[in-house]
Design a protein around this ligand. Structure first.
Ligand code: AMP
Length: 293
């Protein structure tokens, strides 16, 4: 049995569950307050629900073989865990920010001895040490953006997603300390195979492949259209697909054939217009649940 530590609340928790469900590993909790659950139909994976910030510790200690949590929390923990897969949600950056009125435009402008409020003291210390600027870290457990207004810090290092929290608090982003997103993590010892034989390694590979197929499918669409056979040369330019479009005969289709292809979701708008210009009809676009190239 593989134990996977999941965040117990918040956006990370919701997105992690949705991803595993889409990969065929639905979280079957018994009762609302259960702290563990079975994943999927088999008896291979068990979920435990804990605080996102505790997950690197639990995985490093072997309380769980795997975990899902933000890379910012992994990096801050300094524990011996590694990322097996970028899950591509929970994207944010750990950023250095100052009062809007302040003259600091880059990290080089930070006056030595400045006070920096942050819930990420380890990453912040390392960042300023790397920039050769001695600063005083003011540890806070959250809401660092208030610190400059309270006069307890000159700068902050905090997570930024859209930047609106900084703006409403009259702060300006100056530099990125590190980028983050949710990751599937395992302890370094586990990855090196010292804790498992061939069977667990295979289960791990299959899990990563299943999650990867869902992540890959998210940005793709399956497009079908009927096009004049004579236009196939030009259709190929518009619809490169994975190996070029699949071309299918249509019963009573006359001089038309059906083409099927995987296209990037962001290209669908342009592709449909281009296909119509080539005489396409019956265009159908569907979401893809999983995609294994
Ligand atoms: P925003 O206003 O969108 O820039 O979001 C910033 C606020 O949301 C800060 O208080 C952050 O601590 C928090 N936040 C944003 N993204 C994340 C994330 N991926 N994980 C945890 N907290 C986040």
């Amino acid at each position: 049995m593989y134990r996977i530590a999941f965040p117990n609340k918040g956006r990370l928790a919701t997105d992690a569950r949705a991803l595993f469900t889409d990969a065929g590993l639905d979280v079957r909790v018994h009762g609302d307050r259960a702290l563990t659950a079975v994943l999927g139909r088999g008896d291979l994976f068990e979920a435990i629900f804990v605080r996102a910030e505790d997950i690197p510790e639990f995985v490093a200690d072997g309380a769980a073989e795997l975990g899902v949590t933000g890379w910012d929390l992994v990096a801050e923990s300094g524990r011996g865990v590694e990322s097996l897969l970028d899950l591509e949600f929970g994207r944010c950056r750990l950023a250095l920010a100052v009062d809007d009125e302040c003259d600091v435009r880059s990290v080089a402008d930070v006056v030595p001895g400045s006070r920096v409020a942050t819930a990420f003291p380890r990453l912040t210390s390392r960042y300023f040490a790397g920039s050769n600027i001695p600063v005083e870290i003011v540890p806070v457990s959250g809401a660092a953006e208030i610190a400059p207004h309270l006069g307890i810090a000159d700068l902050i290092v905090d997570l930024v997603s859209t930047g609106s929290t900084l703006r409403v608090n009259g702060l300006r982003e100056v530099a990125t300390v590190c980028e983050s997103s949710a990751r599937l993590i395992a302890s370094s010892a586990h990855i090196q195979g010292t804790l498992g034989g061939a069977e667990p390694q295979r289960a791990l590979r299959e899990l990563v492949a299943a999650l990867q197929s869902v992540i890959r499918a998210k940005g793709q669409r399956y497009l079908m259209a009927n096009v004049p056979r004579a236009a196939l040369g030009s259709v190929k330019q518009v619809l490169p697909g994975v190996d070029g479009p699949t071309v299918v005969d249509i019963l009573n289709g006359g001089d038309h054939v059906a083409v099927h292809a995987v296209v990037r979701a962001s290209d669908v708008y342009r592709t449909i217009a281009d296909l119509q210009a080539l005489g396409a009809s019956g265009v159908l676009v569907t979401r893809i649940e999983r995609f294994v190239p």
